[in-house]
Design a protein around this ligand. Structure first.
Ligand SMILES: [Zn+2]
Length: 275
């Protein structure tokens, strides 16, 4: 599943390739994504619009258009955005086709159809039901760990699950939660309310570095963006714990453990992450 660094990579690729261009027309080939595609809004408010800039909020891609509306896209579990020549054969999973100038198309391909698209007026974006409850961006200056500390007091939920709620900080998925906790030497099972302010600040720093390293690496996949092979080119930073159960910890050589938390795998080193 694309996590925040992958979405950020798609954002910067889209910015490079479609900013300043125009959506000439739109073909909705399959309107049943995670939520129904607003076909009429797409035709009325997206078709014919110049593309001004592309932002990201959590894992939402926000395409700002000339008419002060935003095309909002979420890649879901398996969504891929590709720019291809018009002549490229369509795949059964190319659900949305945005025609661009120069005989090119931006295609939204999504095998599992957990992605979605919406069109919203820029003035009311912050009120959008998918946006309004979101916490801080992890790479923003405002995010420093103090808010995690403040909101976690008395909470018994495990810190890993606490981190993955998007209410206080967004975009910390399963991989980056495990990796950041390892770097911070925090046991993923410990109650969120038992972690000190200093450790939360340290965790925030590690969240930023882990995500930034992955984003920096993502830059190398940009060349694949226009590829017709349909490979999304998702990447992995060199992972310390994620998906390494039974392998030796890079710090202490003890075997990495895998446990289940809320049905998701957590990987950690019980020796380096004692408390
Ligand atoms: Zn270790």
């Amino acid at each position: 599943m694309p996590e925040l660094p992958e979405v950020e990579t798609v954002r910067s690729a889209l910015e490079k390739y479609i900013c300043g261009r125009k959506f000439l027309s739109i073909d909705v080939r399959n309107a049943s994504l995670r939520w129904p595609v607003p076909v009429q809004k797409m035709q009325d408010l997206v078709a014919g619009q110049n593309i001004e800039r592309i932002e990201r909020r959590a894992k939402y891609l926000l395409v700002h258009m000339e008419n002060k509306h935003i095309l909002m896209l979420h890649l879901g579990m398996s969504g891929v955005m590709r720019i291809v020549d018009k002549a490229t054969p369509l795949s059964a999973y190319d659900h949305l086709i945005f025609t661009l100038e120069k005989q090119q198309e931006l295609r939204f391909n999504d095998v599992r159809r957990f992605g979605f698209v919406d069109v919203v007026c820029a003035d009311v974006l912050s009120e959008h039901p998918r946006i309004r409850h979101l916490g801080l961006e992890p790479l923003s200056k405002e995010f420093c760990g103090d808010e995690l500390f403040a909101h976690s007091r008395k909470l018994k939920v495990a810190v890993k699950n606490f981190l993955m709620k998007s209410k206080y900080v967004v975009g910390i998925g399963n991989i980056y939660a495990s990796e950041s906790l390892f770097r911070s030497r925090i046991n993923p099972k410990i109650a969120a309310g038992r972690i000190s302010q200093e450790r939360y600040r340290n965790l925030a720093t590690h969240i930023k570095t882990t995500l930034s390293e992955a984003i920096a690496q993502g830059g190398t996949t940009l060349k694949d963006f226009q590829g017709v092979e349909g490979k999304p080119g998702y990447f992995r930073i060199s992972l310390n714990v994620y998906d390494r159960a039974g392998e030796p910890c890079r710090r202490c050589q003890k075997n990495i453990k895998r446990i289940l938390q809320s049905g998701r795998s957590t990987f950690y080193c019980s020796s380096c992450q004692k408390r």
